[in-house]
Design a protein. Structure first.
Length: 438
């Protein structure tokens, strides 16, 4: 058993005992009250699930196992000569709660690279699809095609103790993470480069560097961007659509492939992972409308007011939970200021950062006037030549898989049950409210 797997087993076994005691001794303690507005409003803010890997504070932002994004960028191991953290390190942290050493990160790299390789039936399945099918549709189908080799499904069919379910879930997770960049790169090259696929790089290439290579990007700065991008998007606590979906489907003891594919279908929605491409489309429309005046602050202000007064939103601004500038936005801004300060789209993004929040505050309808991660990620990708907006959510999905699959391993290790909340009807609510008033 590898060090990571053994460490995870120790951690999950210890916490499982703590959870068992908590449920036995404090199971009746209320941690949330539910209002009618929350019941109709997408369960916003209801504390009703547990996710160990990360937590999102409205005023501090996301913390991965207690570490802020600046701390993660500082403390996680980096590639030789690199400045951004390696995704293998964030996965180790998410799974174990411990900061990895450089040797630990190398172990994960070697583990994933040793498990990589798309089966021919996966390639055939993808090649049977139209090339103009949305990349997220192809990505989800590719994940489903990989499910044929699920170790969890095989072990469950043969018969396995519920206390050992974490083991095949861990194996499926490692196999999936090893091959997700391959599925994503295969989709990218067949959709946008006429199927001219690029073989994996040398085995000593880290996960993100190999991904960038298979996509067809050899610029060292783009490789650094991929490392940062994959770290920043890896997890966002458990209540977002993709994370919640993966947890929900996994609670039925569906394997990692079925669960992840379901979550990716949620990520593909325009209110979730699809948002980053909407930001770029909005910026390009503004450039077309304003022309040479696109850097004129007053003209941009008027364009924003026109957008809001037409009943539309400014994409990339606001967040369901955050009430400050998204730290993921700030990290990407730091990267841009260092590597592409004169990029024309970055200049527009910077101008919007200065102009939009005061307007949204004056407008008064946005609870959070500050930018989220989607307001910035697209401009970085475009700078390095990735102009295929529809593919951006696939990149998001490769990253988000790390946190959600780590959580799925914890779900199985803790023996969490099938998720089955109680629903009521509007008639029930009307009767209940009437009784309370009476």
């Amino acid at each position: 058993m590898g060090k990571l797997k053994e460490l995870f087993h120790q951690k999950v076994s210890a916490l499982a005992e703590e959870v068992k005691t908590l449920r036995k001794e404090h199971g009746d303690v209320k941690i949330s009250d539910v209002t009618v507005a929350q019941a109709y409003g997408g369960m916003r803010g209801i504390k009703c699930m547990v996710t160990e890997t990360s937590a999102l504070d409205p005023y501090e932002g996301i913390r991965f196992r207690g570490y802020s994004i600046p701390e993660v960028r500082e403390k996680l191991p980096k590639a030789p000569g690199g400045e951004e953290p390696l995704p293998e390190g964030i996965f180790w942290l998410l799974l174990t709660g411990e900061l990895p050493s450089e040797e630990d990160v190398k172990e994960v790299t070697n583990e994933w690279r040793s498990r990589e390789g798309l089966p021919e039936h996966v390639k055939a399945t993808l090649d049977a699809m139209p090339r103009d099918a949305h990349p997220m549709t192809q990505f989800s189908v590719g994940i489903m095609a990989l499910q044929k080799d699920s170790i969890f499904a095989k072990r469950y069919r043969e018969g396995i103790s519920k206390y050992d379910l974490w083991d095949p879930m861990y194996e499926d997770t490692m196999n999936l993470l090893a091959n997700l960049p391959h599925v994503a790169a295969y989709v990218y090259r067949r959709s946008y480069h006429e199927g001219a696929h690029i073989p994996a790089g040398p085995k000593d290439m880290d996960w993100a560097a190999n991904f960038a290579h298979m996509l067809g990007y050899e610029n060292p700065e783009f490789t650094e961007l991929m490392r940062l991008y994959l770290v920043l998007h890896c997890d966002h606590e458990g209540g977002n659509v993709s994370a919640h979906t993966i947890h929900l489907v996994g609670s039925a003891l569906s394997d990692a492939y079925l669960s992840l594919a379901a979550g990716m279908n949620g990520l593909a929605g325009p209110l979730h992972g699809l948002a980053n491409q909407e930001v770029l489309r909005w910026i390009h429309k503004m450039r077309e409308t304003l022309g040479d005046d696109v850097y004129d602050k007053e003209k941009v202000k008027q364009y924003i007011w026109d957008t809001l007064n037409s009943g539309q939103v400014v994409p990339g601004y606001g967040h369901a939970v955050l009430r400050k500038t998204d730290p993921r936005y700030t990290a990407q801004r730091d990267f841009a200021q260092k590597h592409l300060p004169d990029d024309p789209i970055f200049k527009i993004v910077s101008l919007l950062y200065e102009v939009v929040p005061p307007i949204l505050q004056e407008h008064g309808k946005a609870k959070n006037p500050w930018p989220n991660v989607d307001a910035h990620s697209g401009c970085l990708l475009v700078h390095y030549g990735m102009n295929e907006y529809d593919f951006y959510t696939v990149l998001f999905g490769v990253s988000r898989a790390m946190g959600t699959l780590a959580s799925l391993c914890w779900d199985r290790g803790l023996g969490l049950p099938i998720e089955r909340p109680k629903s009521v009807t509007t008639e029930w609510i009307k009767s209940f409210v009437a009784e309370q008033k009476g």
